[in-house]
Design a protein around this ligand. Structure first.
Ligand SMILES: NC(=O)c1ccc[n+]([C@@H]2O[C@H](COP(=O)([O-])OP(=O)(O)OC[C@H]3O[C@@H](n4cnc5c(N)ncnc54)[C@H](OP(=O)(O)O)[C@@H]3O)[C@@H](O)[C@H]2O)c1
Length: 247
């Protein structure tokens, strides 16, 4: 474990830490010396990560949670607060991307994207914001996408969910003066995100779109950069793409 200078270790809640960007972010932030509370639905993945990081001397707690359930986010927030007396950073990272053309009418998948990608973020904010306001500081980091700025065929609902995360983040930023708000928008990143696409047209399009991808560690480093700034400095938006990709 590389050490964080004393006094700068933060208490961080992170959703979607069982794979991809969240898993890499948990590893990176824990190795910097921060105290992590990580959540997702696949508890076996979380505990394996916890075991690995604890063996290195890192501080990691895990909790099984589903971001579509407000009470699960309230649970991890209150557990974190009970343990450390504060929450310095919340990272709303959990997300799903079952892409399809609108005409395919995959309404259950539309609803899933809105439930996880939008309501999940709102649930995280609802759980952490009162604690951060009471303590007089905090940092909420929402993971959006380049799909928060641009729309492609087969991605209308996914992009709508990420446009919404961008709008919510900017609204939160304007409404709070003691809480930092950062939107991190990755381009294509290696992860399990595209594995759950059921529509054949969208799967085929994704093969070309995702040909050039960043390692998830690149996004973890962008998140760590925003966290490392002084309290008075709020990095509002970061877009991180693979250099060689047009997307
Ligand atoms: N990879 C990319 O190219 C890319 C680009 C732009 C933005 N993003 C965004 O980055 C974030 C992370 O995605 P990823 O690429 O790392 O994909 P991933 O490997 O599929 O990871 C998604 C994470 O979200 C969790 N999750 C999904 N539904 C959940 C729920 N209902 N409750 C709690 N956790 C849930 C998953 O855990 P469980 O299944 O264990 O619950 C998993 O840990 C997402 O918000 C995604 O939209 C990714």
């Amino acid at each position: 474990m590389s050490s964080t200078p004393s006094g700068t270790a933060k208490v961080i809640v992170l959703t979607g830490a069982s794979s991809g960007i969240g898993e890499a972010t948990a590893r990176h932030l824990a190795r910097l010396g921060h105290h992590l509370f990580i959540g997702a639905r696949r508890l076996d993945r979380l505990t394996a990560l916890q075991d690995e990081l604890r063996a290195e001397g890192c501080h990691v707690e895990v909790m099984q949670l589903d971001v579509t359930r407000l009470e699960d986010l309230q649970g991890i927030a209150s557990q974190t607060h009970a343990t450390h007396g504060r929450i310095d950073v919340l990272i709303n990272n959990a997300g799903v991307m079952p892409l399809s053309p609108l005409a395919a009418l995959k309404i259950d998948e539309w609803n899933r994207m809105l439930d996880v990608n939008v309501r999940g973020v709102l649930h995280g904010i609802a759980a952490a914001l009162p604690i951060m306001q009471a303590q007089g500081h905090g940092h909420i980091i929402n993971i959006a996408s380049i799909g928060a700025y641009q729309v492609w065929p087969s991605s209308a609902v996914y992009c709508a969910s990420k446009f919404a995360v961008r709008a919510i983040s900017d609204g939160l930023r304007q409404e709070t003066d003691a809480i930092r708000v950062t939107l991190v928008s990755p381009g294509v990143v290696e992860s399990e995100l595209a594995d759950h696409i059921t529509d054949e047209t969208a799967r085929a399009a994704m093969r070309e779109f995702r040909r050039i991808a960043l390692p998830p560690q690149a996004v973890a480093q962008a998140i760590a950069y925003a966290i490392a700034q002084p309290d008075g400095v709020d990095v509002n938006e970061l877009i991180v793409r693979p250099t060689a990709s047009p997307y």
